[in-house]
Design a binder for this molecule. Structure first.
Ligand SMILES: Nc1ncnc2c1ncn2[C@@H]1O[C@H](COP(=O)(O)OP(=O)(O)OP(=O)(O)O)[C@@H](O)[C@H]1O
Ligand SMILES: O=C(O)C1=C[C@@H](O)[C@@H](O)[C@H](O)C1
Ligand SMILES: [Mg+2]
Length: 189
């Protein structure tokens, strides 16, 4: 049920107090995440903004100065240090390359993979280089989608398909998935 605030108080899983959104760039982690936080009465944080604040640089400047591997290390460190309660955490799409960060996020939150089909992503993303996506030389969006999908699935407690949905519908789906004990749950595996 949408906007069921009882969920916050009564669902055991909500005791974890945080929800982390993972998924491909353009999946809507930031766009949907802030609305989800508002609906639940949670705080909202965006890992990408934390990284920029800590480093005093924009993401593309960090990638330019430190390279992709350096950016990934910074991203792993910053995400491993997140210490919040009652928050929706929108991560950057490349967070799943940092196993320490993912274990930390899994320990402080319910991790939700926002799954978007390839065609929808292609339409949303436009020029990947302008967006500052972590791409190896010669890697296409299709390559990236195939490389990352198993990692998002591996780290997710819940998987929510949001490709054909607007922001409001996506928020509803996430809340439903969090309330549904039969939904995909990979914890303990
Ligand atoms: N139904 C939808 N849900 C979410 N975003 C949508 C939708 N339709 C179009 N968009 C657009 O897709 C983009 C989603 O980008 P957003 O920055 O939220 O993705 P992200 O998952 O946070 O990516 P990143 O990993 O780069 O941080 C935005 O430009 C948003 O306006
Ligand atoms: O998916 C990615 O490779 C990225 C997504 C962004 O959120 C940023 O974290 C960064 O630009 C890399
Ligand atoms: Mg984002």
């Amino acid at each position: 049920m949408l906007l069921n605030h009882k969920y916050i108080a009564e669902d055991k899983e909500a005791d974890m107090e945080n929800i982390t959104l993972i998924g491909m760039p353009g999946a809507g982690k930031s766009t949907v995440g802030i609305v989800l936080a508002k609906v639940l009465g949670y705080d909202f944080i965006d890992s990408d903004l934390l990284i920029q604040k800590e480093e005093g640089k924009l993401l593309w400047q960090i990638m330019r100065d430190e390279g992709i591997a350096g950016f990934n290390q910074i991203e792993e460190r910053v995400n491993s240090q997140i210490n919040v309660t009652h928050s929706v955490i929108a991560t950057g799409g490349s967070v799943i390359y940092g196993p320490k960060a993912m274990e930390h996020l899994r320990s402080i939150s319910t991790v939700v993979y926002l799954k978007v089909n390839y065609r929808t992503l292609r339409r949303r993303l436009g020029d990947l280089n302008k967006r500052g996506v972590v791409l190896k030389p010669g890697q296409s969006l299709s390559d990236l989608y195939q490389e990352r999908t198993p990692l998002y699935e591996q780290y997710a407690h819940r998987i929510v398909s949001v490709g054909g949905k607007n922001v409001q519908q996506s928020v509803e789906e996430i809340i439903n998935a969090l309330s549904d004990s039969s939904a995909v749950d990979t914890r303990g595996q």
